[in-house]
Design a protein around this ligand. Structure first.
Ligand SMILES: CC(=O)N[C@H](C=O)[C@@H](O)[C@H](O)[C@H](O)COP(=O)(O)O
Length: 233
């Protein structure tokens, strides 16, 4: 059987996420969204929350990269911040768990290395969500199986862009031995070969495929004579 790395190499991973305040929130709806993504050619799915991970795995049979977004008072770290979220995702059967691998203090003081050890202890792979090359290097050092550029533009010290962070993908792919995933603000199919050419193992696309309210905004803005920029969640 092909490994997860072989299954996704050079392919598209679709992030199917709807937060409680979004119209499509709900595990049943996300499972249908993920099935549509599978029919369209997604090689794997990224999902938020144990309930969504379970229902998406059941509906699609695709590898699932799980996260739990949870806010803790006083901490900016919200993507799988603590062991509690890791346990929830292991219990749900996530094949890979993505976590905030920035160098910021985590709520409760647990280290990123501890999270990775816990994932590996149950046979799950660890995806480090980073915003800079320094964080990517440190993530590899502590044992992460891959890195994703998810948080580029979402930490106060990383450069905010309107499109994907091509430079981080390229520099991380050159520097690291582990696979590098391109994620964040991919809005056009034409960006994908450009990211793969810079060394991305695969590309993760979310909002531009699975957040219809944001997709609609682009068209509505264009109808109103605006440029149709996309907002991000
Ligand atoms: C920064 C953050 O919280 N990113 C989240 C991580 O899971 C998701 O909200 C994004 O949708 C995902 O990364 C895919 O990116 P985009 O939706 O830009 O294609």
């Amino acid at each position: 059987m092909a490994t997860l790395w072989e299954q996704v190499r050079g392919g598209l991973i679709v992030s199917c996420q709807a937060l409680p305040e979004e119209p499509l929130h709900g595990a049943d709806i996300m499972a249908r969204m993920a099935l549509a993504a599978k029919q369209g050619g997604a090689a794997a799915i990224r999902a938020n929350g144990a309930a969504d991970v379970r229902s998406i795995k059941e509906a699609t049979g695709l590898p699932v990269i799980g996260i739990v977004k949870r806010d803790y008072p006083g901490s900016p770290v919200y993507i799988t911040p603590t062991l509690r979220e890791v346990e929830e995702l292991l219990d749900a059967g996530a094949d890979m768990i993505a976590f905030d691998a920035t160098l910021r203090a985590r709520p409760g003081g647990c280290s990123a290395a501890e999270l990775v050890r816990r994932m590996h202890g149950s046979g799950a792979l660890a995806m480090a969500d980073v915003s800079t090359l320094e964080e990517a290097i440190e993530a590899q050092r502590i044992g992460a199986d891959c890195v994703s550029t998810t948080l580029s533009g979402y930490t106060p010290y990383s450069v905010s862009r309107t499109g994907p962070d091509y430079a981080l993908v390229e520099r991380a792919a050159q520097r690291l031995d582990v696979p590098v995933f391109a994620e964040g603000r991919v809005t056009e199919p034409s960006q994908i070969p450009a990211l793969l050419a810079r060394g991305a193992h695969a590309v993760v696309v979310g909002s531009a495929i699975t957040r219809p309210q944001l997709i609609t905004e682009r068209f509505a803005a264009a109808a109103a004579g605006g440029k149709g920029a996309i907002r991000w969640i």
